[in-house]
Write a protein of this length. Structure first.
Length: 144
C-alpha cells in the first residue's frame, strides 16, 4: 500500500529544509504584492508631478527649481517596510517554532539560535527563517 506524502515522517536535513520552506507561503503574499505596487506607483507619480513643474524653457525651469525644495529622489521606504512587516505577520511560523523548540530544548538558551542557524539552509530562505526565530524569546539569547 503506498504511503501518502502527508503521513510519512521526515527527519534530518530533509526535515530542516521542509521546515524552512514551509514559512515562505505567507497568507498575505498577494495582498502585500498589491500594496507594494500601489506604494511604488504613488511614489513614481509624486516625483513625476514634481518634475512636470520644470518642463518648458530652461531659464524659467531653473528659477522654479531654485525656488522650491523638491526631493526627486524621494522613496517610500518607511511605508514599504511597514508592508513587509505586515506580510511577515502572515507567515505560517507556528510549526517552525514548535520544531525549533523541540530540536533545541536540550541546549542552553544561549546556544539555541546558533544550533538552528547551522541546521538551516544558506541563502534567502535561511535568512528569512532566522529572522523569525530571532524574534522568539525562548529560542533567542535574551542578551542579543
Amino acid at each position: 500500500m503506498p504511503v501518502s506524502r502527508r503521513s510519512r515522517k521526515v527527519h534530518g536535513p530533509v526535515k530542516e529544509l521542509e521546515m524552512s520552506r514551509s514559512v515562505l507561503p505567507s497568507s498575505r503574499r498577494l495582498e502585500a504584492r498589491r500594496d507594494l505596487e500601489r506604494a511604488r506607483r504613488r511614489a513614481r507619480r509624486r516625483v513625476a508631478s514634481q518634475l512636470r513643474r520644470y518642463q518648458g524653457r530652461v531659464d524659467s525651469s531653473l528659477e522654479a527649481w531654485l525656488d522650491h525644495e523638491v526631493d526627486v529622489a524621494w522613496w517610500p521606504s518607511a511605508e514599504i517596510y511597514g508592508i513587509v512587516l505586515e506580510r511577515r505577520d502572515g507567515d505560517k511560523i507556528a510549526p517552525l517554532i514548535r520544531w525549533a523548540r523541540a530540536r533545541t530544548r536540550h541546549l542552553p538558551q544561549t546556544e539555541r539560535i546558533a544550533a538552528l542557524q547551522r541546521a538551516l539552509p544558506p541563502g534567502v530562505i535561511g535568512q528569512h527563517v532566522r529572522s523569525h526565530l530571532q524574534r522568539c524569546r525562548d529560542i533567542c539569547d535574551p542578551m542579543h
